[in-house]
Ligand binder design. Structure first.
Ligand code: IPM
Ligand code: MG
Length: 403
């Protein structure tokens, strides 16, 4: 059961993505391009890396119409909604969406930046990407972390990890209380552990964020992980939780994983606690391949995996539902670098590659992957994080030359 006792060789990184969309909106107008893609740069460096990625997409055999969609901090400040209804409407009518980055700020700061007319209206900021994942039931978050040969930032050679993160439940559900309502406190008083808090603090000094997980949410993400392992011959799937302490929610994930695993006789299920996993990934990253986790732990472990293969500048991700895929790099909006074209565009370019795979454009996805690999291996053109002096756009131009 324990990963540290069974090191094993993984096949080299899968070059294509196994999860392909299940349905495409029917396009009615004959003059339309083959694909309609929502273009959502969002905040900060999201704009820089999306501009760079457009240079690459335009050089591929990919017949797409890109439709700009409003999302991000400026719409929170001016309209009180970082994800306006018009954007949700638009997303119902696209094949996929590309998303740059988002700025999220804590409650008080968000409130302070709201336009004065909206200040009194008691509107609360919600992360638009978290909302998108929930509103469109983008339940699978795919985060491949593959070390490209020759990347000086690789922690070790040959790392090939992919995180399957449940994307709509868990601590991210947004069921939170501060202060704690009397009615909730009365209900919680039935639990022996609640008395300790009531004795210690008044209700206005207690905050509660609920972790809510369903069997179906767990089943679906674990199944996606096993399907990936099966398709690409990974010998194990590691479920990353903390069931020894968080017995019910983490317990549900692990128990469900054991059930799902029965349908995949050739693949071992490893069970590792999130804290230990962080340690083992740093110690023996080559022992692992497919990881599966709930939303919060998946968020944490995917940043760690990203750093093993060069950092957030290389980490792509896809938020996948039955009808829509929203593709975004794992990195944030890095406001201090916004508009400076310093940021490594590889994460965003690889995100576009993920989208191509999901759309079924396997050939173009593979071509793009090879161009990225060549650009990295040659190391002639690279951004500051890789020790280079090139701009975001210059790196993208080099990738297009290598296509
Ligand atoms: C991510 C990010 C988001 C998350 C933030 C921006 C809300 O960290 O996609 O990993 O926590 O999911
Ligand atoms: Mg994150």
């Amino acid at each position: 059961m324990f990963p540290f006792s069974a090191p094993c060789a993984y096949p080299f990184a899968p070059r294509e993505w196994p999860v392909t969309r299940t349905r495409r909106e029917t396009l009615t107008t004959k003059t339309m391009a083959q694909y309609r893609i929502a273009w959502m740069p969002g905040d900060g460096i999201g704009n820089d890396v999306m501009e760079a990625t457009k240079l690459v997409l335009d050089k591929l055999n990919f017949d797409a119409e890109y439709v700009h969609a409003d999302i991000g901090w400026e719409f929170w400040c001016s309209e009180g909604d970082a994800l306006p209804e018009r954007t949700i409407g638009l997303l119902h009518n696209v094949d996929a969406a590309l998303f740059g980055a988002i700025t999220s700020k804590p409650k008080e700061e968000a409130q302070a930046e709201l336009t004065p007319e909206l200040q009194a209206k008691n509107i609360t900021y919600q992360s638009p990407i978290v909302r998108l994942r929930q509103e469109f039931n983008l339940a699978t978050n795919l985060r491949p972390c593959k070390g490209y040969p020759g990347n000086p930032l690789n922690y070790k050679d040959d790392i090939d990890l992919v995180v399957f993160r449940e994307n709509t439940e868990d601590l991210y559900v947004g069921v939170e209380y501060h202060p704690v309502p009397e009615s909730l406190s009365a209900e919680l008083s039935k639990h022996p552990k609640w008395a300790r808090f009531i004795e210690k603090a008044p209700l206005e000094d207690i905050a509660i964020s609920l972790r809510i997980n369903t069997r179906e949410g767990c089943r679906s993400i674990v199944k996606a992980a096993f399907e990936h392992a099966k398709k690409f011959n990974y010998p194990t799937v590691t479920v990353v939780e903390k069931p020894n302490v968080i017995r019910e929610t983490s317990g549900l994930m692990v128990r469900t994983a054991r059930e799902v695993a029965k349908d995949y006789p050739g693949i071992d299920l490893w069970e590792t606690n999130i804290d230990a996993m962080c340690m083992w990934l740093v110690k023996n990253p080559l022992d692992y391949g497919v990881l599966v986790s709930s939303n919060m732990f998946g968020d944490i472990v995917s940043d760690l995996c990203a750093q093993l293969v060069g950092g957030l500048g290389f980490a792509s991700s896809g938020n996948i539902g039955d009808k829509l895929g929203v593709f975004e790099p794992t990195h944030g909006s890095a406001p201090k670098y916004a508009g400076q074209y310093k940021t490594n565009p590889m994460a965003m370019i690889l995100t576009a590659k993920l989208m191509l795979d999901w759309l079924g454009e396997k050939g173009e996805a593979a071509r793009l992957d090879a161009a990225v690999a060549k650009t990295i291996a040659e190391g002639k053109v690279c951004t500051y994080d890789m020790g280079g002096t090139n701009t975001t756009l210059e790196v993208a131009e080099e990738v297009t030359r290598n296509l």
